[in-house]
Design a binder for this molecule. Structure first.
Ligand code: C2E
Ligand code: CA
Ligand code: CA
Length: 338
């Protein structure tokens, strides 16, 4: 068949599946994902065509399922890059290619740096710099995030301990936790072991969970959060406002902070809706007894708006991009002296 006919067939199949089927007392709905490859453009043997349609099918799944996608060269290139990144990541820790940078978190009341967020960096000898936005999802899919996450936690704990030993007045180091790490049965054991071995009291560590991760199976999430909370580890909700928070769950989460997502903060000057969202999040947090930190603060106007609304802390390029541990030391002693 040709492209047009393939489209018609795919649509017909999806329509067919879209009718709910009654099985016992359940109504079940199937959301198929269809990948299409065409002979002879995409390949002239069975294996190649099947491989191409498989790639296209995964792309259909990524597009939210219940749709169809054609194979394209671009999918192939993406797939090759993913495979290369996955292979290179396997050696990233032992080859010393990973590092952490730290972004200051500034308390608005005192204008002091009170905490930092640890952010992962990966410089590969031939692939070059690869953003965590690209490699973290790959590390999640391949399960490598568990080992990488452990490395991040240990490196951050070690650094924080050293800062405290040097008398730096920091009260928290925030570490991002991925979905897979959060749901891993060994999580708490691993963290407790790291904190013990590095000699860092738990209340200096804050785990950042995205709203999406926290709200996925919330009852289960509450149980995991509770066990961390009992140990004295702090929790915050990252990218707040971008997911679908159920307020009844939010009030049950043993968290200390909401991180207002950058997408709202960056438009507070020109968009009255974003201003309303930011001030509503701050009110909500106040009423629930939670602290607020705004991410992605890039200029004075945004800062002033946040200050007026009663936001507790800010983080962003206006104060500093994520930077080295030495630079943090320099900035912290400077902020203490003003
Ligand atoms: P995130 O946790 O939301 O981190 C904030 C991101 O915003 C960082 O990007 C940071 O460099 C950037 N940023 C900070 N201030 C500004 C600003 O004023 N303007 C703009 N435009 N950007 C700002 P980065 O370091 O590229 O990290 C991206 C994402 O990768 C993070 O988003 C986080 O989801 C993930 N990530 C980074 N490190 C880790 C890690 O160790 N573990 C896990 N699981 N995820 C990580
Ligand atoms: Ca974060
Ligand atoms: Ca964030």
């Amino acid at each position: 068949t040709d492209t047009e006919q393939a489209k018609i067939r795919a649509k017909a199949l999806i329509d067919l599946f879209s009718k709910p089927c009654a099985i016992e007392h359940y109504e079940l709905i199937v959301t198929p994902s269809i990948g299409i490859s065409l002979f002879p453009d995409d390949g002239d043997d069975h294996d190649t065509l099947l491989k191409c349609s498989d790639l296209a099918m995964y792309s259909a799944k990524n597009e939210g399922r219940n749709n169809f996608q054609f194979y394209s060269q671009h999918l192939q290139a993406n797939d090759e890059r993913t495979t290369a990144i996955e292979a290179a990541l396997r050696r990233a820790i032992e080859q010393n290619e990973l590092s952490l940078v730290y972004q200051p978190q500034v308390e608005l009341r005192s204008n002091h740096i009170t905490g930092v967020e640890a952010l992962l960096r990966w410089q590969h000898p031939t692939l070059g710099y690869i953003s965590p936005v690209e490699f973290i999802p790959i590390a999640e899919d391949s399960g490598q995030i568990i080992a990488i996450g452990e490395w991040v936690l240990r490196t951050a704990a070690k650094q924080m301990k050293q800062w405290l030993d040097n008398g730096m007045p920091l009260s928290v180091i925030a570490v991002n936790l991925s979905a897979l790490q959060f749901r891993h049965p060994n999580l708490l054991f691993q963290i407790t072991k790291i904190l013990d071995e590095e000699g860092l009291p738990p209340h200096y560590l804050e785990l950042e969970l995205t709203e999406r991760v926290a709200m996925d199976k919330p009852e289960e999430a509450i149980a995991i959060m509770q066990s961390g909370f009992k140990k004295g580890i702090r929790l915050s909700i990252d990218d707040f406002g971008t997911g679908y928070s159920s307020l009844s769950y939010l009030k049950r989460f043993p968290i200390s902070k909401l991180k207002i997502d950058r997408s709202f903060v960056s438009h507070v000057q020109e968009d009255s809706d974003d201003r309303a969202i930011v001030s509503t999040i701050i009110d909500l947090a106040n009423n629930l007894g939670l602290m607020t930190i705004a991410e992605g603060v890039e200029n004075e106007q945004q800062l002033e708006f946040l200050r007026m609304q009663g936001c507790n802390e800010v983080q962003g390029y206006f104060f500093s991009p994520p930077t080295t541990a030495e630079e943090i030391e320099r900035m912290t002693s400077w902020s203490e002296n003003v």
